[in-house]
Design a protein around this ligand. Structure first.
Ligand SMILES: *Cc1c(COP(=O)(O)O)cnc(C)c1O
Length: 709
């Protein structure tokens, strides 16, 4: 039984079912329905309908059920919902009717689905969440496997000294769109995994993402010792001991969860190496059925797809052999191999010695592997050539599928309405067709600009409310009210920079030459301002130092309040920023940005990129749809590289960007700038959509694996 259903009046009694399927979050009519349910609560809960239904009392719900217009919209939404939840005419079932009974299992440490589920930290999680949503839209038979972290990822506070503080909150499971998975007798379904001599148990939660379920493991159950209960408490915390235990739980526990539900997928897709232990469990199962190790590993290879995300050697998880002994002694017997053969599956020379590397394991036992942009594919082939010592770099079997973003999740409703008007009411169904976007030329400059100005106004008002809430709650002092963006100028050219604060992303690059930047920002007639947001990993002190630097710059009166740092970045805030700023800045140290996706979200909303030619932008930039910082040459010294890239940024701002933005016609529309906006959308919207990406995974990888079964 779905919670709150019993208190809903008959006429709207499926509202909770709708709130418990994230389909609502990317469907404009359904969003409108919940907005109308109670606009104040909608804002107060940061768009969380489950929490809204929990708060609303029966009187108020009865009142709403008597509102004829609301009930009409409700009926319309439910008809659409029921129609879209059927698989009949989906893209996948039309393309591959013979494969609709197969299943793809997708394993990821994090899923960025909605703000009410803080089980993501950054780009990797957003990618998984967007992937899950798009597979639903396209009708792929897809199941996600991950963790339900009861405390999730941390909430960020940046006090007046600027050093990030992390606060963990216990998630109230009754205020999130998740449900426990129960067995026939109504008890929680439990699975277990042996971890270093003990059985550790996990219960399962499910999240409905359109047509597809996600199953999430949670070790916070009575059957476990206190230490084991904490295993899945938080995302990315703890040492390598905690990490290997989590990864065993995700990989091996994840397979057991599927089996406990009677699910035997044809494809196992590992999003990053965290879940690669699943390969070992699948081999063990086959050996138990009587296959040899060779036969079993060939079988497993045919069904396994692996996506690597990290172009930096130290970014790949590796565990000392003593840990492997501790957790896998005996497991290799069940796989029909010796300890030595087992260690060889992941053996890799790390900076600190030989270790068991999760990426090496995944590459060895997956039939199909890929990187997440063309450049990242090249880098990965070079990095992992040692796994195929007899192949040249170009022959290394790691392909590339460039990331994308789920268009319905990241588009603003204002821009969406404009597209409906000029590209056609069916633009959403056709959004990965480049031909559709040729019609961008039909949109009058004044209209495109007017929509952008409205989105910018909404963003500024969102930021003010964000600060006001914190001010009222007594969490901020007056300086933080200022640094939080309250004196931003809605008419000034506004640059956005929001993402994880990892050092390679060089958040402070633009401050290299303080005086030059100051001149640009404080120009009397043509001012420029920058909005920053993002969290540093709780163990990343250099990342936290960057936040402190930005915070201090925001506080520095010399910059006149033209720099803001917004606390506690999350998906909700990300939507406002990528939709409302004028220009999206990205300054990674090439080639470390495997793909990057926030710039793609900006593109959809007509916000041009000013970015290093790294990751997706090396493919997306065409000379007329935004700006490329620096060149594709790499300098030997980091310092020289930074100066080169910073100078290039200033020059672009001074010579091209600022003049274009402020080049207004009599009606105050910057027509030159609007041309760039238009070209940004026209050239990149289809190509960097999640739809294009999921179709590539399907046609190039999933279908191969399915046909093997
Ligand atoms: C899109 C997104 C990211 C990824 O940003 P990149 O610039 O691609 O690193 C990180 N965090 C949130 C909340 C996002 O929405």
């Amino acid at each position: 039984m779905i919670p709150f259903t019993e208190k809903l009046p008959e006429k709207i009694n499926r509202l909770s079912e709708l709130a418990h399927n994230l389909w609502w979050s990317w469907t404009p009519e359904a969003r409108e329905l919940f907005r109308r349910l109670d606009y104040q609560l909608w804002r107060q809960t940061q768009h969380n309908p489950v929490q809204m239904l929990k708060i609303l009392d029966t009187n108020r719900l009865q009142q709403i059920a008597n509102d004829a217009a609301f009930v009409r919209l409700y009926n319309k939404v439910m008809i659409k919902f029921d129609r879209e939840m059927q698989n009949g005419s989906s893209w996948f079932s039309v393309q591959y009717p013979e494969l609709t009974q197969k299943t793809i299992a997708y394993f990821s440490f994090e899923f960025g689905l909605h703000n009410s589920l803080p089980i993501y930290s950054g780009g990797l999680g957003i990618l998984s969440g967007d992937h899950a949503k798009e597979t639903s839209d396209l009708g792929l038979p897809f199941i996600g496997i991950g963790f339900m972290y009861p405390q999730g990822y941390f909430r960020q506070r940046v006090p007046s000294h600027g050093w990030q503080e992390a606060a963990y909150q216990q998630l109230d499971m009754t205020e999130a769109p998740i449900l426990p998975v129960l067995d026939e007798n109504g008890h929680e379904k439990l699975i277990s995994v042996g971890l270093g001599g003990r059985q550790v148990y996990a219960r399962l939660w499910s999240i409905q993402v359109g047509r597809n379920p996600l199953f999430l493991l949670d070790t916070d159950v009575n059957e476990n010792d206190p230490w084991d209960r904490e295993l899945s408490a938080r995302l990315y915390s703890g040492d390598s001991e905690m990490r290997i235990r989590q990864e065993i739980m995700l990989g091996i526990g994840g397979i057991r969860a599927l089996r406990s539900l009677g699910i035997y997928p044809s494809v196992y897709h590992m999003n990053e190496g965290h879940s690669a232990f699943l390969l070992l469990e699948c081999i063990r199962e086959k050996v138990a059925e009587g296959l040899t190790f060779e036969e079993a590993s060939n079988f497993v290879r045919q069904q396994s797809v692996f996506t690597t995300h990290t172009p930096v050697p130290a970014g790949h998880d590796a565990f000392g052999f003593h840990m492997i002994d501790q957790y896998f002694a005996g497991f290799w017997d069940q796989m029909g191999i010796s300890r030595e053969q087992f260690l060889n599956l992941g053996g890799h020379e790390e900076q600190w010695g030989m270790a068991f590397n999760m990426t090496v394991l995944a590459l060895r036992l997956s039939g199909q592997s890929n990187g997440v942009s063309q450049l990242h594919g090249q880098v990965s082939r070079k990095m992992w050539q040692e796994v195929w010592p007899h192949k040249s770099v170009n022959e290394v079997p790691i392909s590339a599928i460039t990331n994308g973003v789920h268009v319905p999740s990241w588009i603003s409703s204002e821009m969406s309405q404009l597209y409906a008007k000029y590209l056609g009411p069916d633009w959403r169904e056709r959004h990965d067709d480049p031909v559709l976007w040729e019609r961008m030329l039909d949109i009058p400059a004044e209209e495109l600009w007017a929509v952008h100005v409205e989105l910018k106004r909404k963003m500024i008002s969102f930021l003010r409310e964000h600060v006001r809430r914190r001010w009222i709650d007594g969490r901020n002092d007056p300086t933080q009210v200022l640094t939080g963006g309250t004196i931003l100028d809605p008419d000034a050219l506004t640059i956005g920079f929001a993402r994880r604060f990892a050092t390679y992303k060089r958040a402070t690059l633009i401050f290299r030459d303080f005086e030059r930047l100051k001149r640009i920002m404080l120009d009397t007639y043509r001012p420029v301002q920058i909005i920053f947001a993002g969290k540093a990993h709780p163990a990343d002190d250099p990342g936290k130092r960057l936040i402190q630097d930005v915070y201090n710059l925001a506080k520095n009166s010399e910059l006149g309040g033209r720099v803001a740092f917004i606390e506690d970045y999350n998906m909700h805030m990300a939507r406002y920023l990528v939709q409302g700023v004028d220009l999206w800045l990205n300054t990674p140290r090439r080639p470390r940005e495997a793909s990057g996706t926030s710039g793609m979200k900006a593109v959809l909303n007509g916000v041009p990129n000013l970015s290093i030619l790294d990751g997706w932008w090396a493919e997306g930039y065409n000379g007329a749809n935004g700006w490329a910082i620096g060149s594709e040459t790499n300098f030997d010294s980091l310092d020289a590289q930074d100066w080169h890239d910073a100078n290039s940024t200033y020059q672009l701002l001074e010579d091209e960007i600022v003049p274009l933005y402020y080049g207004r016609d009599h009606d105050n529309v910057p027509r030159g700038w609007v041309e760039i906006m238009r070209e940004t959308i026209r050239s990149n919207a289809a190509q960097f959509s999640m739809r294009r990406m999921v179709k590539e995974y399907t046609n190039e990888m999933y279908v191969n694996a399915m046909n093997n079964r």
